[in-house]
Design a protein around this ligand. Structure first.
Ligand code: LRH
Ligand code: MN
Length: 385
């Protein structure tokens, strides 16, 4: 069992600062009392998740949503709270100038502006000590003929090369793909293949980010994970779950079996080793549920799926696979998935001096009521769209 507990003890899930802010859909954003008003309060809320789960020691920032005068001071504040600042996310999807694209825009001046934002994010990484720059582009077109697909790829490649050249030796570029939305005909980085092709051209410190909500329905995501891992190009996950599109629901909520299959392929490819280079991040929006408990539940869902993946009897599986024992192999896989790992995780938390039930411990802390009292006035944080 030590192999299982060693991996679970070394598991590190990065939280998105924006999950603690107000979020919603184009129809409505329902504000919640006690929501943070600045990056400091977002970091404080993220620290609560780490306090009770012990598995979420870093917080990803999104620029400009987390813009602040002194990033080094924010990094120090995070340390005081028991967490560190993680991935820096660029944002070239909310400026009026980017209607027809950011780094792929027909206008060279607008491409320059977008690229300068990406370079500014690297400057911020130098101050926060972050390793990863995550690039997601909403760039795309809505109608055939609207723009030249090939030319847009050339423009994208040019901007990525300039940013890649700016990265420091220990810094990486995570290129995130997404099938559609906000573009509804062609997205410039729509799938793993396009992202992979660009990262191959760029170099070894450019890797792919798999957001589990960014695929066509029915896509076998664990297959993509196996292929990218084998190619040494799987850099990160944006974990969430969905029933239909990019719903950004809690990871494992919509399809816990899929999450198990994905984490089994990560394990199979060596991606759960204590020194793994893969960044396991959450990218979610708690539109109607309380946000800190939503993040705690999400971290627990990843831990449970990871524990189940680690319980797959690999020798029995390999034997059945070699024998062509289809049902036997599937049964070995399902036995692990159908194992209740909650007692194991509760024991692990107790062994680490944590409450076996993080949700109950957080509820008893009174933190939720305190932030509602404290955070009066000011402007609640959101997506600022
Ligand atoms: C795009 C995305 C991207 C983030 C944003 C918050 O859908 O997944 O990772 O920048 O959500
Ligand atoms: Mn994402």
């Amino acid at each position: 069992m030590s192999r299982v507990t060693d991996v679970l003890n070394s598991q590190h899930i990065e939280l998105p600062s924006w999950a603690f802010a107000n979020s919603g859909t184009r129809f409505k954003v329902f504000p919640q009392a006690g929501v943070p008003r600045d990056p400091y309060e977002k970091v404080a809320d993220a620290a609560q998740v780490h306090k009770y789960t012990g598995a979420a020691p870093t917080v990803a920032l999104h620029i400009p949503w987390d813009k602040t005068d002194d990033y080094a001071d924010l990094a120090r504040y995070a340390e005081d709270q028991g967490v560190t600042l993680g991935t820096i996310n660029s944002n070239v999807f909310q400026d009026n100038d980017y209607m027809l694209g950011s780094v792929t825009n027909p206008s060279a001046a607008i491409r320059r502006k977008a690229t300068d934002h990406l370079l500014e994010c690297v400057d911020i990484m130098d101050r926060t000590g972050s390793r990863d720059l995550k690039l997601w582009f909403s760039d795309g077109i809505n109608y055939p003929g609207q723009d030249d697909l090939r030319a847009r790829q050339d423009r994208l490649a040019e901007a990525l090369a300039e940013v890649y050249a700016r990265l420091g030796d220990h810094q990486r570029m995570l290129l995130e793909y997404k099938l559609f939305e906000p573009a509804f005909y062609a997205t410039d980085v729509p799938d793993w293949g396009t992202a992979y092709a660009h990262t191959l051209t760029l170099g070894e410190r450019a890797v792919v980010c798999v957001d589990t909500g960014h695929h066509a329905p029915g896509t076998n995501i664990e297959m993509i994970v196996a292929v990218l891992l084998r190619a040494g190009k799987l850099g990160a996950f944006d974990f969430n779950s969905r029933f239909y599109a990019d719903d950004d629901l809690m990871v494992g909520a919509a399809d816990p079996f899929q999450l198990f299959r994905i984490l089994f392929e990560v394990l199979r490819g060596g991606g759960l080793a204590p020194d793994t280079e893969i960044a396991f991040m959450l990218d979610q929006c708690h539109n109607i549920e309380p946000k800190i408990p939503g993040q705690i539940r999400s971290v627990m869902n990843v831990q449970e799926a990871t524990a189940k993946a680690l319980l797959v009897d690999r020798d029995a599986l390999a034997a059945a696979q070699e024998d062509g024992d289809v049902l036997g192999a599937n049964a070995v896989f399902m036995d692990a998935y159908n194992t209740d790992v909650r007692p194991l995780l509760a024991e692990l938390r107790e062994a680490n001096g944590l409450d076996p039930d993080p949700m109950a411990a957080y509820r008893r802390s009174g933190y939720a009521e305190q932030i509602v009292k404290d955070r009066v006035g000011g402007t609640q944080a959101g997506w600022g769209a």
